[in-house]
Design a protein around this ligand. Structure first.
Ligand SMILES: [Zn+2]
Length: 327
């Protein structure tokens, strides 16, 4: 009975609220009809409150922003440019092919987006962008350099696992980013760029961590507190070497990672059978870590499989060059 009373009471209240809203709308329409007889003031699109304008722009699909909204007025163009990096984040995942399915005009849209991004980078202060997210679309190396020169204060760099082992296009740009604190990138990119990881506190790598990569992780990141090696192939001594250099690690995530005998072969074919971890040694060295995430082999379908992938999220096979087109 109590439940029934509450339901009927709420129905009454909603009915009263709806009547009040109708009365208010009627009053407003009468006021508007009176105002029509007096002098009217024409206001420009530029007079629209900027926060409201941004609220509108961010709800508009990207294609309409870049082809329609930007043509309305100067303030609308400025809002479109600001929407390219809300909160100082440049998100290049917007131009990933799967975002716009069955769109034959997609390359043109990508070029237009990059044209606007270039314009935005030219007019904004150099320290306005603090994060860059890179999806599965690969730009030509000089475009990353252009972005890097105008974002020297970048603190967060996130590269999608979909790119697999591809790293050469980022090499030139990396030297401009010396303030990175949080990075997700392929293992090889980390190995080949020695100067830009000194301030890194959080590091996520994907690919094959051989002995050289393990030593690089041990020696190059004195401030490292959180290390994520998810679905990586590691050499037999890699984890032990890393832990030797990081006694103050707070988080270590090795879920779905596996140990391999031959790192080079694993990197070239992308899959490998695993060998047993040096369990006791790792348990002793990781004893001081606050959060150590790892799989129980028998309970994880990925870890109990005979053949394991070191690039599980890479688009296409290793030999498939369909995704290698640079824009
Ligand atoms: Zn697992």
């Amino acid at each position: 009975m109590v439940g029934f009373d509450i339901i009927s009471l709420s129905l009454c209240l909603s009915y009263i609220v709806s009547i009040k809203m109708r009365l208010k709308a009627a009053r407003l329409s009468r006021a508007a009809s009176r105002a029509e007889t007096g002098p009217t003031m024409v206001r420009s699109w530029d007079d629209l409150n900027y926060d409201i304008l941004m609220g509108i722009i961010t709800r508009v699909p990207w294609r309409c922003r870049l082809y329609v909204a930007c043509l309305v007025s100067k303030s609308w163009l400025a809002a479109v440019l600001d929407s390219l990096s809300p909160g100082g984040v440049i998100n290049l995942k917007v131009i990933d092919p799967h975002k716009l399915k069955n769109d034959f005009d997609f390359p043109r849209f990508q070029r237009r987006y990059l044209c606007f991004l270039k314009h935005m980078l030219d007019i904004k202060p150099v320290d306005s962008c603090s994060a860059l997210c890179i999806g599965e679309t690969v730009l030509k190396p000089h475009k990353y350099v252009y972005i890097a020169k105008r974002t020297p204060s970048l603190q967060r760099l996130v590269i999608s696992e979909a790119l697999g082992y591809r790293y050469s296009c980022f090499l030139q740009a990396m030297c401009y980013w010396r303030k990175l604190k949080k990075v997700k990138c392929p293992v090889d990119l980390f190995v080949f760029c020695s100067v830009c990881f000194k301030k890194v506190e959080s590091l996520q790598l994907f690919g094959v961590v051989d002995d050289a990569a393990a030593k690089a992780i041990r020696d190059r990141c004195p401030r490292l507190r959180r290390l994520y090696l998810i679905s990586c192939a590691l050499s037999i001594t890699a984890l032990s070497t890393i832990l030797d250099g990081h006694k103050r690690l707070e988080v270590l995530d090795t879920r779905h990672s596996f140990c391999v005998r031959d790192c080079k072969k694993t990197a070239s074919i992308g899959i490998s059978q695993s060998v047993e971890w040096n369990e006791e040694e790792i348990r002793c060295k990781a004893a001081g870590i606050k959060l150590h995430l790892r799989c129980t082999k028998q309970r994880c379908p990925k870890c109990s499989a005979t053949w394991k992938h070191c690039y599980p999220k890479m688009k296409g096979r290793l030999a498939n060059y369909r995704y290698w087109r640079y824009i």
